[in-house]
Design a protein around this ligand. Structure first.
Ligand SMILES: Nc1ncnc2c1ncn2[C@@H]1O[C@H](COP(=O)(O)OP(=O)(O)OP(=O)(O)O)[C@@H](O)[C@H]1O
Length: 259
C-alpha cells in the first residue's frame, strides 16, 4: 500500500516538557485515520508539525515521499486543513475568503468562485455567501472552513474537530463526504473527541496518550485487545481513566460548598 505520510521517531519538547515521544506511523492512501487522545495528549502538535506550522522537532516526516524539512512548500498544495480554532478572516464574506484561499492554491478566481458557491449551496449556506463571516453561526463558520479545506481537491485532509457546531443533518452529509473521498483514494487524518463518530468513520484508529501511541488498529482490532464494546470504553481503559463518577461528585460538592 502506498504510504502517504511516514513518521519516524518523532519527538517534540516545549522547554523541558516532552510533548511527543518517539512517534512512528505510516499513513496509507485511502485510509481514514481517527486520531484520538485525552486533552493535551499531543494530537494538534502532531498535525501542526506535519503541516510545517511547528518546527524544532526530532525525527523524520515524509509526506508524498518528501522530507518536509527540505523547506519545499509544494506538498502543501495537495493538503487540506481544518484547524481546531479558525483564524478565519471574519471581516470577509465567504465569497471573498474562499476565492482568496482558492487563489492561494493556484486556482483562477472564476473557478474558485464557481466551486465555492456550489459547495456553499450543497452545504446549505448559499444564502450567506455574500455576508460577512463574523455574522455566521458556529456551524456556518465551520462549513466555510471545511469548504476552504476542500476547494483545491486535496490528496490529504487533516481535520481537527471538524464537526463542532454542525447540526445532525450536516454531520450526516459530511461523514458521507469523508467516506466517499476515501473511496476515491484521498487520505484523511481525523482528530476528534467525539468517539461515536470516530468509531463509525475510521478505517484505523490511533490513540495517543502522554505523547505516545498506545493503540493502533481498526475498531475491531482495538475491541479485541480490551474486550470493551465502545470506543469510549476502550479510550477510558487505555488512558487509565475510570474515575468520572468520583470526580463529578467532587465537582458538585465543591459547587455546593459554602466557603
Ligand atoms: N506553543 C506551545 N508552547 C508550550 N506548550 C505547548 C505549546 N503547544 C502545545 N503545548 C503543550 O503540548 C501538549 C500537547 O498539546 P496539543 O495541543 O498537541 O494537545 P491535543 O492532544 O491536541 O489536546 P486537545 O485534545 O486538548 O486539543 C500540551 O501539554 C500543551 O500544553
Amino acid at each position: 500500500m502506498e504510504s502517504i505520510v511516514t513518521i519516524r521517531n518523532l519527538s517534540k519538547s516545549y522547554g523541558d516538557k516532552e510533548v511527543l515521544r518517539d512517534i512512528n506511523l505510516d499513513v496509507h492512501k485511502g485510509e481514514i485515520i481517527g486520531y484520538i487522545g485525552p486533552n493535551g495528549a499531543g494530537k494538534s502538535t502532531t498535525v501542526k508539525i506535519m503541516l510545517g506550522l511547528v518546527g524544532d522537532y526530532s525525527g523524520d516526516i515524509r509526506i508524498f515521499g518528501e522530507d518536509i524539512r527540505d523547506g519545499k512548500v509544494d506538498y502543501k498544495k495537495k493538503i487540506g486543513y481544518v484547524p481546531e480554532t479558525a483564524e478565519i478572516y471574519e471581516n470577509l464574506t465567504a465569497r471573498e475568503y474562499l476565492t482568496f484561499i482558492g487563489e492561494l492554491y493556484g486556482m483562477k478566481y472564476e473557478e474558485a468562485n464557481k466551486k465555492a458557491g456550489k459547495l456553499m449551496d450543497l452545504f446549505g449556506v448559499k444564502d450567506v455567501y455574500d455576508a460577512r463571516i463574523s455574522s455566521y453561526s458556529k456551524g456556518m463558520k465551520q462549513k466555510a472552513l471545511i469548504i476552504s479545506a476542500l476547494i483545491n481537491d486535496p490528496e490529504v485532509l487533516f481535520l481537527d474537530e471538524p464537526l463542532s457546531g454542525m447540526d445532525a443533518n450536516s454531520v450526516m452529509v459530511f461523514k458521507e463526504v469523508l467516506a466517499e473521498l476515501a473511496r476515491k483514494g484521498k487520505t484523511i487524518f481525523y482528530s476528534s473527541h467525539i468517539m461515536e463518530v470516530v468509531e463509525k468513520i475510521s478505517s484505523r484508529i490511533i490513540l495517543i496518550n502522554n505523547g505516545e501511541i498506545v493503540a493502533d488498529g481498526s475498531f475491531n482490532d482495538l475491541k479485541g485487545t480490551t474486550m470493551d464494546s465502545s470506543l469510549e470504553e476502550i479510550f477510558n481503559q487505555l488512558t487509565g481513566f475510570n474515575e468520572h463518577e468520583k470526580i463529578a461528585k467532587e465537582i458538585v460538592a465543591t459547587i455546593e460548598e459554602v466557603i
